[in-house]
Design a protein around this ligand. Structure first.
Ligand SMILES: [Ca+2]
Ligand SMILES: [Ca+2]
Length: 240
């Protein structure tokens, strides 16, 4: 086998790491409603705060498909202190553990948000946080959502209901990561209404995406790693 062929084979092997497609379930809110509580399993949207999956309303149409998520509350009924509606999905990353353990795995998270504008008190801010965890998802029952490592990005939205705004972030995962929790947020940045009493006038999310990819340069390193293994095979070449 020629070296060029070996290198080509190694590149194909490295590129077989799944990439380029979202690994979130129901990122467009077409398949299921939002549950209550913190995540107890992977692959569904849930939150301590209340959110509903809705169709077109308030002059806003879903960014994709026929449904979108509407943020409702930031806490229990009557709670006056909370200012953020947090809706979460836990994602199992153990299928990518060999890539993550290189310390060169990147996550790309993104989402689309939109809202209506009522008056100057209408909140304008959305966000996405990704928290990384080392243990098992069962640990969340005792620890709650307190990731040892997280990255957050915020989005200021315009007042036009016929435009959706995109926000995203790319970052390197800690090499100990076993799963992540993606949290989408609507934030009361203009006025803190009492929870449960119309905190958000009409605030929506759709088409949330999470991808895992090798950091630029990792493909070559993985390819060269595969190359050295082949070179070390008995009878093929001397190993220095
Ligand atoms: Ca949708
Ligand atoms: Ca808009």
């Amino acid at each position: 086998m020629k070296w060029s062929m070996l290198l080509c084979w190694c590149c194909v092997a490295a590129l077989s790491v799944p990439a380029g497609a979202t690994i979130l379930a129901n990122g467009g809110f077409e398949e299921a409603d939002c549950a209550q509580g913190i995540p107890t399993a992977f692959g569904y949207w849930t939150g301590n705060d209340i959110a509903e999956v809705v169709g077109p309303e308030n002059g806003i149409r879903p960014f994709e498909g026929t449904r979108m998520l509407r943020f409702i509350t930031t806490g229990g009924i009557g709670n006056a202190t909370t200012v953020t509606s947090n809706i979460d999905q836990a994602v199992d990353l153990t299928p990518w553990s060999s890539l993550i353990e290189t310390g060169r795995a990147e996550l790309i998270v993104s989402g689309w948000f939109n809202r209506i504008h009522v008056d100057d008190w209408t909140d304008t801010l959305f966000g996405i946080e990704v928290g990384a965890y080392a243990g098992s998802i069962e640990d969340l029952a005792s620890t709650g959502l307190n990731p040892p490592y997280s990255r957050t990005v915020w989005l200021e939205t315009d007042r036009a209901p016929d435009t959706w705004e995109l926000v995203g972030k790319k970052f390197v995962l800690p090499d100990w990561t076993r799963f992540v929790v993606v949290e989408i947020m609507a934030h009361e940045n203009m006025y803190n209404d009492i929870a449960g009493q119309g905190e958000f006038h009409g605030h929506y999310a759709d088409m949330i995406s999470l991808e895992i990819v090798p950091e630029p340069g990792t493909l070559l390193l993985l390819a060269l790693g595969g190359l050295s293994v082949l070179r070390a095979a008995p009878g093929r070449s001397r190993v220095r």
